[in-house]
Write a new protein. Structure first.
Length: 181
């Protein structure tokens, strides 16, 4: 009888904004057993810039070409190249923020290529009901806006779903569920 080896998993929590990421990161994920948890990991990519740490989210928003030169640095910092093979959870909601789905897919492809021998890649993504998501996003900005009203809410939404609008601040991609999925 042959013994099959089960590879550990790299869980990548790419929580969308306004979907409970902060609660998960601070209350749920730290309590998980038998998993190495990285909360918004920061690391040095270039040794000569020791004081300038980059975040995982910033790495994943850059061009996927970064995997060629800096992928091993990132994986070493996450413990993926260590002798101890354990499950790893990385959570950084800024990975999705202001990022397009095509670039996200390229990063995930590069990551999977690099870890396939040692770990399985699992994506954790929380999707919130669209109407409550939109109202929560608006509520977050409305406390600093002087023109809060139903009319302003309508303008806010129309501006964010218009690809040619000057005020598209990344919220528009959140409103397009088809692209998001």
């Amino acid at each position: 009888m042959s013994k099959t080896t089960i590879k550990p998993c790299l869980y990548l929590h790419i929580g969308n904004p306004k979907t409970g990421s902060t609660y998960l990161q601070k209350k749920v994920f730290p309590e998980l057993e038998n998993i190495t948890y990285h909360y918004k990991p920061k690391y040095n990519i270039l040794k000569e810039y020791r004081n300038q740490k980059s975040t995982f989210g910033r790495f994943m928003r850059s061009s996927p070409v970064v995997w060629k030169n800096f992928g091993d640095v990132l994986l070493n910092n996450l413990g993926l190249n260590s002798f101890e093979k354990s499950d790893i959870l990385v959570s950084d909601e800024h990975f999705v923020e202001a990022n397009d789905p095509f670039r996200i897919a390229q990063h995930l492809h590069e990551l999977k290529k690099r870890i396939y021998k040692s770990h399985n890649l699992k994506i954790l993504m929380i999707i919130r009901r669209q109407d409550t998501w939109i109202s929560s996003c608006y509520a977050e900005v409305s406390n600093t806006h002087k023109r809060v009203s139903q009319k302003h809410f309508r303008e806010y939404i129309l501006n964010r779903i218009d690809p040619f609008s000057a005020c598209n601040d990344g919220v528009g991609i959140r409103l397009d569920y088809y692209t998001l999925v």
